[in-house]
Ligand binder design. Structure first.
Ligand SMILES: Cc1cc2nc3c(=O)[nH]c(=O)nc-3n(C[C@H](O)[C@H](O)[C@H](O)COP(=O)(O)OP(=O)(O)OC[C@H]3O[C@@H](n4cnc5c(N)ncnc54)[C@H](O)[C@@H]3O)c2cc1C
Length: 507
C-alpha cells in the first residue's frame, strides 16, 4: 500500500506531508555494526529520544512503520487543534452580536476550506519531523515495521540492527469499541476523521473523554448536529467535577445532544445513514446519524514486537511495564511515551524521552515520578490541570486547603465575556506548598504553566501573590488566589497586635 493512501484526500498538502514523513523513494541505510540506541517508533517519544541521543554523540537508529511524527503530527494534536481553531472562529462570528458587532449575514462555515487549512498547516509543520531532517541530525532512519529478533537485535525490512540499548516508543491506537454491528457499518476514529472533506450533518460521538469532547464541540460549531454518548454520569469525569460541569453546560448551551450513563447496544445501517441504539437511565433510544466517531479510549501498541522473546513484560491495557526510571523488565530495553505511560500527552512523551536518554546512555537515575505534569483539554472553555486533584489528595490522606477565584470576579475575564470559569489551587494544609491546581478558562492551557513553574521551583502560593501581574489579565486570578492564601496567614493574634499598634499610632 502506498504511503500516499494513508492520508486522504490525495492533494498537494498531503503529498507534501508524506514526502516529509514517509518519503516513497526512501532507501533504508546500511546498518552500522552496532548502535548505542535503536528506537522503535517515530512519534514524539521516538523522535525526541533519537534527536537528543544523536546530539550527544550516540549512534542511533530510528524505525517507523507508518508516518514519522506519529499521532501528534498526523492524526492527533496538530489536526485537532487546527480544527478547533476554525470552530472557535465560527463560534465567535456567531456570537459577535453580544459584543456589539453585527454583520449583514450570518457567518457560513466552509468545511472543505476548514479541512484544507488543517492539511496545509500539518504539512507546513511536517519538515520538523521529517526523515530528511533526522538523517541530517546523524540518525539512521529506517522505514518499516520492527520487531525484536534476538537479545540485542531488532529486525526491520530484511535488515538486522544490533543495539547496546533499545527504546520502545510505539505509542497507542484507538480502541475498537465492542459494539454489535459497529465494524460492519463502519465508523470514524482519530485515524480517519481528519480525512473528511464533507461535514457529517448528524454525527454520533462515542466517549465523553478529552478526545470525544474536543471533537464534539468542534464539529457542533462547524455545523454538525452532534450527539455525544458517554457511559458515565458526567463528561470528562476524570477532571475536577466543578470544571467538567462548566464544560458540560457549555456543550448543552451550544446544542450538543448529551446522552449520559449511556450504553450503545448496537449499530445498524439505515439507507445512507446509521442507526445507533442505546440505553440510558433505563430507557431505550435510537439516533439516526450520518457518521459515528469512536473516541472511547486508547490501547498501547505492544503487539508484533516479539516482546516476550526479549523478556519485556507488557499488558494490553496499560502497555509496557516500566520502573520509575522507564526501564522495562529487560534492563537493556527502555520504553517511552504512550506505550508505557499513564499520561498520554505529547509533552509527557517528550519529557519521558529526555529521562531515557540520560538513564539509557549515561547511567542516569532520573525518575518519571519527579516530573511535574500539567495537561489541558482544549474544549471552550479549556480545562487545564497540574498535580493532585482534591479527591486524590483525600484518597492519599493528604489534607489540603483550597483557594478558588472565579473569573466573574476578574476584570479582564468579565470584559472579555469569558466569566465562566475559575482558578482552583490546592495547598498542603498548614504549609505554603502547592499540591495541585485546575483552571477553567478559554486559555487555561496558557495559564497553567505559571502554577507548574511554581510547583517545580517550590514557590508557594503566598509568594505568587507578591508577583506583579499586569492589569487587566486573566492570570490575575492566580495572584488573587495567593492574596486569599495570605489573608489566612493573618491570625487573630497578629490582627489583634496590628490593631493595637495602629491605635497607639493614633494617640
Ligand atoms: C485526537 C487526539 C488529539 C490529541 N491532542 C493532544 C494534545 O492536544 N496535546 C497533547 O499533549 N497530546 C494530545 N494527544 C496525545 C498525543 O498525540 C500522544 O500522547 C503522543 O502522540 C504520544 O507520542 P508517542 O511517540 O508515544 O506515540 P505515537 O505518536 O503514537 O507514535 C508511535 C509511533 O510508533 C510507530 N510504530 C508502532 N509500532 C511500530 C513498529 N512495530 N515498528 C515501527 N514503528 C512502529 C507508529 O506508527 C507511530 O508512528 C492527542 C491524541 C489524539 C488521538
Amino acid at each position: 500500500m502506498s504511503p500516499l493512501s494513508w492520508v486522504e484526500p490525495a492533494d498537494a498538502h498531503n503529498a507534501r506531508l508524506v514526502s516529509n514523513v514517509h518519503p516513497i523513494d526512501w532507501k533504508n541505510p546500511t546498518p552500522a555494526p552496532c548502535y548505542n540506541l535503536v528506537v522503535i517508533g517515530a512519534g514524539t517519544a521516538g523522535l525526541v529520544t533519537a534527536a537528543g541521543a544523536a546530539g550527544l554523540g550516540a549512534r542511533v537508529a530510528l524505525i517507523e512503520k507508518h508516518l514519522l511524527g506519529g499521532d501528534c503530527l498526523n492524526v492527533g494534536c496538530v489536526p485537532s487543534k487546527a480544527l478547533i481553531r476554525s470552530s472557535r472562529a465560527a463560534f465567535d462570528a456567531k456570537e459577535a452580536g453580544h459584543f456589539g458587532v453585527r454583520g449583514t449575514a450570518p457567518a457560513q462555515v466552509d468545511f472543505p476550506a476548514v479541512m484544507e487549512r488543517m492539511r496545509k498547516l500539518r504539512a507546513d509543520l511536517s519538515p520538523h519531523d521529517s526523515a530528511q531532517r533526522f538523517a541530517g541530525l546523524g540518525v539512521d532512519v529506517f522505514l518499516g515495521a520492527a520487531n525484536f529478533s534476538g537479545p540485542d537485535t531488532v529486525h526491520v525490512g530484511g535488515k538486522t540492527l544490533r543495539f547496546k540499548q533499545a527504546v520502545i516508543a510505539t505509542g497507542a491506537r484507538p480502541v475498537q469499541p465492542a459494539i454489535l454491528g459497529l465494524s460492519e457499518t463502519g465508523y470514524l476514529t482519530n485515524e480517519t476523521v481528519f480525512n473528511l472533506t464533507r461535514c457529517p450533518g448528524r454525527l454520533a460521538i462515542i466517549g465523553g473523554g478529552p478526545i470525544g469532547c474536543e471533537l464534539a464541540q468542534a464539529f457542533q460549531r462547524l455545523g454538525s448536529q452532534v450527539s455525544l454518548l458517554h457511559e458515565n454520569e458526567h463528561l470528562l469525569d476524570r477532571e475536577d467535577m466543578d470544571a467538567a460541569a462548566l464544560v458540560q453546560h457549555a456543550f448543552i448551551r451550544e446544542g450538543v445532544a448529551l446522552h449520559l450513563n449511556a450504553t450503545i447496544t448496537r449499530v445498524e445501517r439505515d439507507g445512507s445513514g446509521k442507526l445507533v441504539f442505546y440505553e440510558a437511565q433505563g430507557m431505550e433510544g435510537r439516533l439516526l446519524v450520518d457518521e459515528v466517531l469512536a473516541g472511547a479510549g486508547r490501547a498501547p501498541n505492544v503487539e508484533g514486537l516479539d516482546l516476550e522473546s526479549v523478556g519485556v513484560q507488557h499488558d494490553s491495557h496499560t502497555g509496557v511495564v516500566v520502573n520509575d526510571c522507564l526501564q522495562t523488565t529487560n534492563p537493556r530495553i527502555y520504553a517511552v511515551g504512550d506505550v508505557c505511560l499513564a499520561w498520554r500527552f505529547t509533552h509527557a512523551a517528550d519529557f519521558s524521552a529526555r529521562i531515557v536518554i540520560q538513564n539509557a546512555l549515561f547511567l542516569g537515575r532520573k525518575k518519571a515520578s519527579a516530573l511535574t505534569m500539567p495537561w489541558c483539554t482544549y474544549t471552550d472553555p479549556e480545562i487545564a490541570h497540574v498535580g493532585l486533584y482534591e479527591r486524590a489528595a483525600r484518597e492519599r490522606g493528604v489534607e489540603v486547603d483550597t483557594y478558588v477565584r472565579e473569573f466573574k470576579e476578574v476584570d479582564r475575564a468579565v470584559l472579555d465575556g469569558e466569566a465562566d470559569g475559575f482558578v482552583k489551587i490546592h495547598v498542603k494544609k498548614g504549609r505554603d506548598e502547592i499540591l495541585g491546581a485546575t483552571i477553567v478558562a478559554r486559555h487555561a492551557g496558557e495559564m497553567i504553566s505559571e502554577i507548574s513553574v511554581a510547583m517545580a521551583a517550590h514557590v508557594g502560593l503566598g509568594k505568587l501573590a507578591s508577583v506583579i501581574h499586569p492589569y487587566p489579565t486573566q492570570a490575575e486570578a492566580i495572584r488573587q488566589c495567593g492574596d486569599g492564601y495570605n489573608r489566612t496567614r493573618l491570625t487573630p493574634t497578629v490582627k489583634k497586635w496590628m490593631g493595637r499598634w495602629l491605635a497607639w499610632q493614633r494617640r
